[in-house]
Design a binder for this molecule. Structure first.
Ligand SMILES: C[S@@+](CC[C@H](N)C(=O)[O-])C[C@H]1O[C@@H](n2cnc3c(N)ncnc32)[C@H](O)[C@@H]1O
Length: 280
């Protein structure tokens, strides 16, 4: 199932996505953190802003704040929503919202009984096992979920929904599947690798088909949001082919790159961000 990028009908159209680009482009210039390396850049900020705006939930739970850019973005998308923001390390915040309620406990350890989870939006950018997160969402009653980190098979630092659908399983960096360079090894030993987020849950998953089967039983909609631009090579330096990296058609054609230089420059920050609607 490597080529899968969607299941069911998305609650938005491609035309609506295309029309939203210019409004987002103006908003993106006003972002509080101009260099958000280590956090979202334009492809996923556009996707998150568009999907949150379109879903228009009254409650948003954000897990993985970092400097706070995504909190700001969610506020822009849904000015009336209650925002609950979680990060195990809140001291990294540069943008602190007056509207958000902050927690420094894992999503799994928070009492969600006081909110209407069925209409809320859960946004995960915490580099944790997305399959386990989705199971927890079902347990707590969340139905609308965005996974910012949705790595294709053999890439990334956490088990993603895309990997689960592909049947590829997951092995953490340094465990054998990924060839670690000497520099990466040293950086890992010195704790300098920002992508090696400590995992809260299952970290090593053998190739299997049961995760994909369980997803199919529980998921009503799965939608990988298209990248703004698609480059010839991926962020990992290999060819961005449909066989290895199935990707929805980009929002903008490469011929439009001179009109959107920042989007073009940041195109490799795309990692198949997706929306999941769980069955009711
Ligand atoms: C990629 S950053 C988030 C970027 C942010 N959403 C943005 O767009 O700027 C990942 C964050 O997840 C946090 N994190 C790690 N484990 C977590 C957990 N179990 N729950 C919540 N946040 C966690 C890290 O501290 C880090 O700040």
């Amino acid at each position: 199932m490597d080529g899968l990028t969607s299941i069911g009908t998305a609650p938005w159209s491609r035309e609506q996505i295309t029309h939203a680009v210019s409004t987002f482009e103006a908003l993106y210039q006003t972002r509080p953190i101009q260099d958000n390396s280590g956090g979202m850049k334009s492809p996923h900020m556009f996707a998150t802003w568009f999907m949150a705006k379109h879903l228009s939930p009254s409650v948003i739970v954000e897990s993985g704040i970092f400097k706070g850019q995504s909190t700001w973005l969610l506020e822009q998308a849904c000015p009336d929503a209650k925002i609950i923001s979680i990060d195990l390390n809140l001291s990294q915040r540069e943008y602190v919202s007056e509207r958000a309620t902050y927690f420094d406990r894992d999503f799994a350890d928070i009492d969600w009984s006081g909110i209407d989870t069925s209409s809320a939006l859960a946004f995960f950018d915490d580099h944790q096992n997305a399959y386990s997160r989705l199971q927890l969402c079902k347990w707590f009653g969340f139905r609308h979920v965005i996974f910012e980190d949705n790595y294709p098979a053999t890439q990334g630092d956490c088990y993603s929904i895309k990997q689960a659908f592909s049947g590829a399983g997951f092995e953490p960096l340094g465990s054998g599947r990924h060839k670690e360079t000497a520099g990466q090894k040293l950086a890992r030993k010195l704790n300098l690798l920002p992508t090696l987020t400590p995992q809260y849950n299952r970290v090593q998953i053998s190739p299997n088909q049961h995760d994909a089967a369980a997803l199919r039983r529980n998921v009503e909609v799965y939608r990988e949001f298209p990248p703004l631009f698609k480059r010839d090579e991926t962020r990992w330096g290999d060819k961005w082919t449909g066989t290895k990296y199935a990707t929805p058609e980009p929002v903008l054609p490469a011929t439009a790159k001179d009109n959107h230089p920042v989007f073009w420059e940041e195109a490799l920050a795309y990692t198949w961000i997706c929306y999941v609607m769980l069955k009711g």
